[in-house]
Design a protein around this ligand. Structure first.
Ligand SMILES: C[S@@+](CC[C@H](N)C(=O)[O-])C[C@H]1O[C@@H](n2cnc3c(N)ncnc32)[C@H](O)[C@@H]1O
Length: 235
């Protein structure tokens, strides 16, 4: 990993904001990810994220914290928050913005227990692929205190295959291969440099719920977003 995501966050934090991140996927063209969005405050967060923050209680783990926006809000409310991310740049920025407990760590290496685990901004993406989904859910379950909860958002991206013929026929190919349509390759570039492609998983609610049932977690639908997205609570 070149950590271009982290480099962009560090640039923004240093006041060197000249370009945004460009992303694309297997089935979508270039899209702009504006850097200021990654530094959003509560007012500019989507309702799904606001709801997740309001539901958070006790000792919280913010998984894939990025610039630490969610952690900072919770910390200001007096909650005990630990923020983790695999991006060194993200952790540097989260710390510089004031996140007290921020650590460069992969979720699979986390061992502490928490009352609330947050995975936000398409949190299921971190699971990468369907064949890793239950392994991640099993692991997250081991990190929960009694009465603990996981708050996670995702999107049903079925609509992305309905927009044009090319992606429509790709959807049919995926069906014959029995490949889940939410498994995408995700490409990111910043200032002319290209990150290594990553696997990123979008999950419709029923598929997430079925996987939760398989690992002994209950999956509750909390809120629908404005664009095929939703917030779920697992416990
Ligand atoms: C879409 S960004 C979301 C950032 C932040 N939660 C937000 O809402 O602004 C996903 C983040 O997850 C991090 N990440 C990806 N895989 C991870 C893993 N296995 N463990 C911890 N963090 C991970 C990435 O480095 C990135 O910062």
């Amino acid at each position: 990993m070149k950590d271009l995501f982290g480099k962009a966050l560090v640039d923004y934090q240093n006041g060197n904001y000249v370009e945004d991140i460009i992303t694309s996927t297997t089935i979508s063209d270039d899209d702009i990810l504006p850097l200021p969005y990654l530094f959003r405050d509560f007012k500019t967060m989507p309702l799904l994220e606001q709801k997740a923050l309001e539901l958070a209680h006790g000792k919280v783990l913010d998984v894939g914290c990025g610039a630490g926006s969610h952690s900072l809000w919770l910390q200001d409310k007096g909650l005990n928050v630990k923020a983790i991310d695999i991006s060194p740049g993200a952790i540097e920025v989260a710390k510089r913005r004031g996140v007290v407990h921020a650590e460069k760590k992969d979720i699979l290496n986390e061992k502490e227990r928490f009352d609330t685990i947050l995975l936000l901004m398409n949190g299921t993406g971190i699971f990468q692929k369907m064949d890793r989904l239950e392994r991640y859910l099993q692991h997250l379950k081991t990190l929960l205190n009694a009465k603990g909860q996981i708050l996670i958002d995702s999107s049903d991206i079925r609509y992305m295959y309905e927009d044009d013929c090319a992606s429509g026929s790709y959807f049919e190919v995926l069906k014959t291969q029995r490949t889940y349509y939410g498994e995408l390759d995700y490409y990111l570039s910043y200032k002319g440099e290209y990150e290594l492609p990553i696997n990123w998983l979008y999950l419709d609610f029923d598929t997430l719920k079925a996987a939760c049932t398989n690992v002994g977690l209950t999956c509750e639908f909390i809120l629908e977003g404005t664009h095929f997205d939703y917030l779920a609570r697992l416990f």
